[in-house]
Design a protein around this ligand. Sequence first.
Ligand code: ADP
Ligand code: MG
Length: 251
Amino acid sequence: MIHTKTHGKHGDYAIEATGLIKRFKSGRAFVEVLKGVDFDARHGDLTMVMGPSGSGKSTLIAALSGLLKPEEGRVDALDVDDLWKLSTGRIDRFRLENCGFIFQGFNLFPSLTALQQVETVLKFQGLSSGQAKKRATTALEEVGLGHRLHQRPAALSGGEKQRVAIARALAKDPKILFADEPTSALDGENGQVVIKLLRRAATEHGAAVICVTHDPRLEAWADRVIHIEDGKILDDQRRNPDPDAVLASHH
Ligand code: ADP
Ligand code: MG
């Protein structure tokens, strides 16, 4: 079922970015890591960005999500025109309210239980303790971790940890979900579970899911595959995700 909620002023687009240039200092010189990247992503799409290590994928996510200011270019996201023109505080608030993140290394707090990892984010967003607990429990049940609520990361497998991170990201129903190499640290079976959850986030929640990866298994699940190399977009193809793959994401 394709999501049909009304979107922001950019219509179907959750993000539109143009002319992104990002340079890093390297000794006395500057290295250009994004070389004028145009990028957009739609609500309800699983958009994959593929490219070799060092091609600028993580930098692109950082520039799109307000984490790392590009030297040039602009990002329009949801109802915000030119995100980088906002104050740091407003950029942070935009990210907190609208964006979820999933990373290769899970980025969980070692001392918190699975339930607390998710609750913390929701309370930070202003939910009461009761609401946060209820919503966090549901989010963890949805990723199949209803029986692991009170475990800390050390007691969880890699696949379980990534599912906690996904529950944490999805619990706030983000309009944009950024995933940076979410399956790289996982074996095939756990990777598959994560891919299915990303697919569902796009199809059922209507999120714009932007997944950076060099895992070719994700291709069958994507609505769009973008190739980046050396800071430039080389190829951008809309495709129909494998219908079997989409159906399978419901199991
Ligand atoms: P990818 O995610 O595709 O592997 P990155 O976006 O992480 O690539 O990095 C692209 C290039 O930018 C790499 O050469 C990397 O070394 C460099 N780089 C990334 N972050 C920084 C930084 N904070 N300072 C300097 N160089 C960086
Ligand atoms: Mg990276």
